[in-house]
Design a protein around this ligand. Structure first.
Ligand code: GAR
Length: 201
């Protein structure tokens, strides 16, 4: 195998997907290739980013779909995906799903886990919670995904300073720029490299 086949799962704007695409183009990601982008929302801007980069996309709606995970697993298996990157994917995955792809799913979370994480902590809510608590440092974490929301083994973390007068939006942007968009591609390359090594044995 020359490259690990990467699937990126998204729900929204897709700036982390963009960081992965850019990292592939610049050679930061060299052991993997983004082969598929899956969105649970048909209007996610991330789909446009994927199409612009000539990456295959698929929409699997979750709302009102009792077969969401079955369809997701089928698609990922059919596409022979080696690693799944959750990049702003706002769905919690069941134990059945996480076991099917054990040690093959990574997620980026916009805080320093174990702070401000778990069920209910996603997107801007994470930054609101950090500001309400009054912490002076926050950051981002990339971790493996298991059955516990934000509970899998940590791969990389990066701290980001909180400044006087920060709003959740301002803080979110700083955390993305200084942490998420850097550590997600780095962690993705690390895991892809390990997968390739495992294949050689
Ligand atoms: C990112 O900040 C990501 O860390 C967060 O949602 C945002 C998605 O932005 N994910 C979570 O909160 C997951 N618990 P993006 O669509 O522009 O990448």
């Amino acid at each position: 195998m020359l490259h690990a086949r990467i699937a990126v799962l998204v729900s929204g704007g897709g700036t982390n997907l963009q960081a992965l695409i850019d990292a592939q183009h610049s050679g930061i990601i060299k052991s993997g290739e983004i082969s598929l982008v899956v969105s649970n929302k048909s209007d996610a801007y991330a789909l446009t980013r994927a199409a612009n980069a000539d990456i295959k996309t698929v929409v699997i709606e979750k709302k009102g779909n009792p077969f969401f995970e079955e369809q997701l697993i089928e698609k990922l298996d059919n596409e022979k995906i080696d690693i799944i990157v959750l990049a702003g994917f706002m769905c919690i995955l069941s134990e059945r799903f996480t076991r099917h792809f054990e040690n093959r799913i990574i997620n980026v979370h916009p805080s320093l886990i174990p702070s401000f994480c778990g069920e209910g902590f996603y997107g801007l809510k994470v930054h609101e919670a950090a500001l309400n608590y009054g912490v002076k440092v926050t950051g981002a974490t990339v971790h493996f995904v298991n059955e516990i929301p934000d509970g899998g083994k940590i791969i990389l973390q990066k701290a980001v300073e909180i400044k006087e007068g920060d709003t959740p939006e301002v803080l979110q942007k700083r955390v993305m720029e200084q942490a998420e968009w850097k550590i997600l591609p780095e962690a993705c390359e690390m895991v892809c490299k390990e997968i390739l090594k495992g294949e050689e044995k």
